[in-house]
Write a protein that binds this ligand. Structure first.
Ligand code: PNS
Length: 160
């Protein structure tokens, strides 16, 4: 039974995240999408909203569950009895940061392994911050995010 953790801020969850989640779920027996709480980082959506959107986006995937974590990822992994971290790589520019993260996690917990999954080419330009920027300037984002995220962003716009 191989349980992997797919961690991130998911502010918000995009179709790129969904692609990695789907493909990860096809490889691992169980996949936990772990949403970082991190109160010090300024996010557009609070932790409950980010979790709700991720949950709705993955609801068809029976071996995926969404959880939240604060503090060190390796501590969360221990609690969930998982040794595998799944991360998506879009381009070479992602690699340096991801490599550091993987090395740091390895230092903190020797038996943790990071698996990188190459993002599908059609999502290689996609990022949560890009989606937020396009939306803030009135651009169309329906191709980039699950429906629940689109609705939530539109709701936010109407709230002002
Ligand atoms: O989607 P993101 O924001 O790039 O995800 C980054 C994340 C959540 C994977 C990373 O910041 C993280 O694991 N934070 C928890 C704190 C931690 O464990 N840090 C040690 C590794 S540097």
């Amino acid at each position: 039974m191989l349980r992997a953790v797919y961690p991130g801020s998911f502010d918000p969850f995009t179709n790129g995240h969904l692609d990695i989640t789907r493909r990860g779920a096809a490889i691992f027996d169980e996949l936990i999408v772990a949403v970082l709480i991190n109160k010090s980082k300024k996010t557009m959506f609070d932790i409950k909203e980010r979790r709700m959107m991720a949950q709705d986006a993955v609801k068809q995937l029976s071996n995926v569950r969404v959880s939240m974590f604060d503090g060190l990822l390796v501590d969360f992994m221990r609690k969930e009895d998982s040794k595998v971290i799944l991360r998506g790589i879009r381009a070479l520019s992602d690699f340096e940061y991801e490599f550091q993260l993987a090395q740091m996690n390895k230092q903190l917990s020797q038996d943790t392994e990071t698996f990188f999954m190459v993002t599908d080419a059609k999502y290689s330009y996609l990022s949560s911050s890009g989606v937020k920027e396009v939306f803030q300037f009135g651009g169309a984002i329906q191709e980039f995010v699950p429906e629940v995220v689109l609705l939530k962003m539109q709701e936010r716009l109407h709230q002002g």
